[in-house]
Design a protein around this ligand. Structure first.
Ligand code: DUC
Ligand code: ZN
Ligand code: ZN
Ligand code: ZN
Length: 463
């Protein structure tokens, strides 16, 4: 296999920043050395002088080809993983879905059938459990054993993905026993559905009402309830897509009590707000996702949570639906707008912008986007860092390049950008996935099927 040297960059990991040459061999990082100190023979030399060399991003929350509201998210594993690579992400953890009445195994097999042989970067799966019963509880043990070590439950979407408190408690007890991690969509869906009906009866049908009925207090209440159920079950808990400051407060309180409770937020909650949902006409539909965008005042609590480590991970919840033909389903009734936003290509750049803007340090950028998601979901140090023995998933990042985000130039298979026209400082230049160049000086040089299914260990924050 080709030997590659990435020369002269500032290597940034969660733990340190050091100017170093990086030797890559057989798909792994072989060694780091003081720039120029080693005369490594290599077929490929990448000059990273003046650039950062960072671990490939780990996006622990994506939905490719995800069925929702009578349609399906419009990135395939092929288009979505290419777009991820363009944005400096080299591993995704996508959600396989159990259909009600079916086995977990059927859902997992279906997701393998969609993804296997098609991905440009490495991928793994979480399992959405939409039907907690005796047989799915048993199946959870087997899945943990084969590397699907995390299970998403929903307190939202009654009749679709929803689990009641008894089902949640049982799944948590099982995870407490088998080492699995429960990931919670924490919104009180029963109460939200009442508010949705009342809003529609009042004639409030525009996209902005999606944000009004999915109240921050109902995210906080569900977060609180999930924490207490996990405490009773003696299980760890990971709350996905936290957007409300009141929910951050619940996580902070639990962590101060020493509970193994973790929180994820997403770029859309850090950079966008209900102002976007209220854009004229039907434009707000572009920003309909759940949990919803919040008023701007919530952003400070999210940034603070990321700095204080009360929130540990930023993933995208990438779940794109085209404005034309998909978001359209909800014209005249916001509750029929498919929930989800594109973003897998934008995460590393938006978080780098947060470094430029002073919200995060460089190392914290890498920690929340690479190292911690890898540890949280049992992929570290194979993924998430740059160290001898780690997969050579490397990004040469130009911190000075200027770019303007646009649907006209992005690679996601969706007809709009949630960040259209936004100017960002910093851009991905070259991306290696296990030593193979996927992006080379901003040309796609990868191939479908290079990406490997990657079984995971259990959460590395528990003992
Ligand atoms: N939220 C979304 O916005 N989309 C998919 C599912 C979810 O929980
Ligand atoms: Zn430097
Ligand atoms: Zn969710
Ligand atoms: Zn999601």
């Amino acid at each position: 296999m080709t030997r590659t040297v990435v020369r002269g960059g500032l290597v940034v990991t969660a733990a340190e920043e050091v100017h170093a040459d990086v030797l890559v061999e057989n798909g792994r990082v072989e060694a780091l050395a003081t720039p120029g100190s080693q005369q490594w023979a290599a077929e490929r030399v990448i000059d990273a002088t003046g650039k950062y060399v960072v671990p490939g991003g780990v996006d622990a929350h994506t939905h490719m080809e995800f069925p929702f509201g009578g349609t399906a998210s419009c990135d395939t594993f092929e288009t979505g993983t290419k777009a991820a690579a363009w944005g400096g992400t080299t591993t995704i953890i996508d959600f396989a879905v159990q259909s009600k009445g079916a086995a977990l195994r059927e859902g997992l097999d279906a997701w393998h059938a969609k993804a296997d042989g098609r991905c440009a970067i490495d991928y793994a799966f979480h399992m959405i459990v939409s039907d907690v019963n005796e047989s799915t509880l048993k199946e959870m043990d087997g899945l943990v054993g084969e590397g699907v070590t995390s299970f998403k439950l929903f307190m939202a979407y009654p009749g679709v993905f929803y689990s009641d408190d008894g089902q949640i408690l049982r799944a948590m007890q099982r995870a407490g026993d088998n080492g699995g991690l429960i990931m919670m969509h924490a919104e009180n869906g029963i109460a939200i559905d009442v508010l949705v009906q009342q809003a529609l009866e009042r004639g409030q049908a525009d996209p902005r009402y999606h944000g009004e009925v999915r109240k921050a207090l109902l995210e906080a209440e569900a977060t609180h309830r999930a924490i207490k159920l996990a405490q009773v079950a003696g299980a760890p808990l990971y709350v996905v897509h936290v957007s409300a400051r009141e929910a951050v407060a619940e996580l902070t309180r639990a962590r101060n009590e020493g509970l193994p409770v973790f929180g994820e937020t997403c770029p859309q909650y850090l950079f966008l707000s209900t102002d976007n949902l209220a854009e004229p006409g039907f434009e707000g539909a572009k920003y309909v996702c759940s949990t919803p965008l919040r008023p701007k005042e919530h952003q400070a609590a999210l940034w603070h949570g990321l700095r204080s480590n009360d929130l540990q991970v930023v993933s995208t919840d990438h779940c794109p639906f085209c404005f034309s033909g998909q978001k359209d389903l909800g014209r005249g009734d916001f509750s029929k707008i498919p929930n989800g936003m594109p973003g897998v290509e934008n995460r590393m750049d938006l978080l780098h912008q947060a470094v430029v803007d002073g919200h995060l340090t460089r190392r914290r950028w890498i920690e929340i986007a690479c190292a911690t998601p890898a540890r949280m979901f049992g992929l570290y140090p194979k993924k998430g860092t740059i160290a001898p023995g780690s997969d050579a998933d490397l990004v040469v990042y130009d911190p000075h390049a200027e770019q303007t985000v646009s649907a006209a130039t992005h690679h996601m298979n969706v007809d709009y950008s949630a960040y259209e026209g936004r100017r960002l400082t910093g851009r991905v230049e070259t991306v290696l996935s296990r030593g193979e160049p996927v992006i080379t000086a901003r040309e796609f040089t990868g191939r479908d099927g290079h990406g490997a299914y990657t079984p995971r260990g259990t959460c590395q924050y528990l003992n």
